[in-house]
Design a protein around this ligand. Sequence first.
Ligand SMILES: [Mg+2]
Length: 282
Amino acid sequence: MPIRRIIHIDMDAFYASVEQRDNPELRGKPVAVGGIERGVVAAASYEARVFGVRSAIPSSRALRLCPALVFVRPRFDVYRSVSQQIRAIFAEYTPQIEPLSLDEAYLDVTDHLEGRTATRIAQEIRAKIREVTALTASAGVSYNKFLAKMASDQRKPDGLFVIPPEAGADFVASLPIGKFHGIGPATAARMEEHGIRNGADLRRQSQEFLTARFGKSGTHYWNIARGIDNREVRPDRIRKSIGAENTFMSDLRDLELARAELRPLADKVWAHAEKRKAAAKL
Ligand SMILES: [Mg+2]
């Protein structure tokens, strides 16, 4: 099998960076996108991360960690349009694009190198993203999805990191188990109970041991511990759900108010479902 060339592109502190781009007063300040009164932080600027503010932590805790924190209401329509801009840039290089969310995607450029290296393509994409959106992205380049994803985190923000095939296994060996993409906090905790704290520990376990404890995922864990990941970049990934959301500045405690807010969301979901000719059952 030929060696594949996979790039993982990830925008830096995406929502927060968009807000700082569009409002100069927010630049250089600790910014949290999300609800202030109860709610959670959806994204934190790098200035806020210095204080330990992270996405998914409660806003109240974020404010205790960083009293100067500026909360900004999310503008998902803007994030979605930036997302379309970056996907258009990806499409200039390869049709093999698998988005993971609005701000990250895997690209398989193996058959689209046209004389360039994957690293060169990743640099070009980062430059174009900066030119078109005035935002920065980080890139990871490797021979599979798992390592490309891990690599993009290594030189954040505004960085690029390459894991060549000969370095894959060593890279994984030193990686703390909690950082493995696809191993959530609960699984990481269970692994630590078995003395598995990093990639090297994981590699010492047999495939039987891992499948007995972690089921079907055991084989995947056994593989990634060796820098092996044969999952393909899937541009045609089947969509399994349709959703709509809205983030409020404060909790809606009144049932009638909540019901009123629910209606437009349900309409939105229904419209999407109709457009896609999708059926659903309860
Ligand atoms: Mg990101």
